[in-house]
Design a protein around this ligand. Sequence first.
Ligand code: C2E
Ligand code: CA
Ligand code: CA
Length: 649
Amino acid sequence: MSKNNIKDSSLPQVTGEELIIYDLRRKVMGMATALIAVISGLFALLIMCHLMGWLVLPGVEHASTLVQINTAICLSLFTFIAAAVKFVNSPVATLHFSRFMSLLLAGMILRFIPEGALLYTFPQGVWLGVLFAAATVSCSWAVIVAVLSFATLALMHPHAAVFHSPLAFAVAFVMLVLIFVLRWLFDAGLRSATLSHQRVLTTRRKDSLTGLANRTRLMEILSDHEAASSRFSGVAVARLDIDGFGALCDALGTAVADEILIDVAKQLRSSHGTSLHAARIGADDFAVILPPVSGQAEAELRAEEIMQVLAEPRTIGGRTFRITFKAGVAVGGGAIVESAEALLHRADLALSEAKVTGQRCLVSLPPTATIASTRREFEISQAFVGAAARGELSVVYQPIVDLVSGRISKAEALVRWNHPELGIIAPDEFIPMAEQVGAIHEIGDWVATEAAHFTARLRATLDPAFQMSINRSPVQFRADGDEEPKCIRIFRENGLMDGAIVFEITEGVLLDNREANRRRLARLRTSGISLSLDDFGTGYSSLAQLHVFEIDIVKIDRRFVAGIAEANREHALCAGIISLAHSLGMRVVAEGVETAEQRDLLLGLRCDFAQGWFFGRPLSADAFEALLRSRAADSASRSEPRRNPVTQL
Ligand code: C2E
Ligand code: CA
Ligand code: CA
């Protein structure tokens, strides 16, 4: 893509023709066309009446009937065209048509000048030429035509009446001057309209505070790029956002904040000359179309350069500030045909990511990235509501095995979502989104209800001591406040408030060290819900904290279990966790046990329970019940200690 293909954004380029289209279309030309159409129609009517003998027009008697008929037909035709032009409302057509009609009108007027009249002393041809020049070209051209015609007339017809009657000469002169003045006035009007329009267009496309382009102008420039390059190839947009601008405004006042914005704009304008287009599109939001880039790496480099320039200390009102930015960069030229809006939106997404991650100031998205993922995200977030009612959700149960006896004494309820279009969506993907949009409450309650009914059934038919673990999101916890969670009523109705239900909470819940949070957890425990700390070791909590919160079970994260081997680091870690937990009166579940070796090592460390693919994958309620039933039948018929449950599946 060549830079020359792209118009400069600093000032809107508006041609005179464009301005006529903008300003005069509705005003002057529209009215003139309508007027000409009416006059032409009247002429046509008069001539028709004349031809029919109903009316006698002066000056037409001598003309041949053929000419009169032609004139009438032409006028009717022009009347029709005038109406059509008005109808289509095309400014260019209106303009040309008006010029043409003014010429015709001049001719018509001349036709009606009686032969003896003073004006007739100046030949019709000269009038026609001058009027034509005035109507179609300019005032100066009309003067040139008049002077040349006058000179020719003086040379060729020195006896013409105009040269011999001072009155005739004066009248002709005044008429000519009148034509020139009218045209000059029209030009002056057009010029002022041009200027005012240019001003309007400029202010409409400029940010009034910083003088940078505004969003409208930015979109125009981007569209120019789109036209000049294929699918925005070589085009990269950076979105820049000042860190903590709100706090800055509060602390220093809006006047200083404005000064800072103006200074930032100045730097942006000067950082890459005319090859960089900068715009202010929000309070502290800037967008920059980077100079043509060869790819993502170069775009990042350019954006980094700009950020470095912007991060330099600046002195405003005698004070030195250092302003930092977050930036999101989107690079065009991908396989997907993108609009200017979509490209800017991608830069917005990159900026949001930069804000979320916090560590990196700059995030850039390659051409194809995130379009699909954001669309998927959008689809998912839209589909949460009613997913349970539509039967798209289900709960699967993963066995938790007593390591010493090999018995399945517990299970963890895990949600599954089978989306009609997107297929199976993993909870790791949709749970964080459901937490964000607040759908976790509906989903969490639904899972708890399903799990409660299933647990009650298992306890009634197979194992009265069976325990069910239910994952409870920190978002649900926070929303509960001092209220009892809604699902407690279901547990109570199903007689499960005797430790049958375990809430799996994450370390984030324990980070809230406030009294209210502690009370909430304590209340749950005393009401008969056990508490289990999920993914232990991945967060920040220490075992001492667990004691404060009276946690019943600690679940060692599967990352530690995965790496466990005789006498290695993970082995030592697991040993430490288990012995400390035991000394604090807690039980331990090892997550993600996939091999017999892992199981044996954990057993050697006196871990209480284990969960993982080695013992069984998450199963549907029916399959899980069948497994439990067969295990119960097995242990009744044989009294084998510590059998590997997998071999019995
Ligand atoms: P989690 O609570 O740590 O659940 C255990 C995850 O580990 C489950 O993934 C399970 O299928 C998987 N897993 C179990 N054994 C093994 C193994 O041996 N090897 C490996 N590699 N993985 C194993 P899943 O079902 O995909 O769930 C992922 C996460 O989604 C859960 O992690 C939990 O944080 C969340 N989640 C699932 N269901 C719910 C729910 O109903 N409510 C809430 N709030 N979160 C849920
Ligand atoms: Ca869990
Ligand atoms: Ca876990």
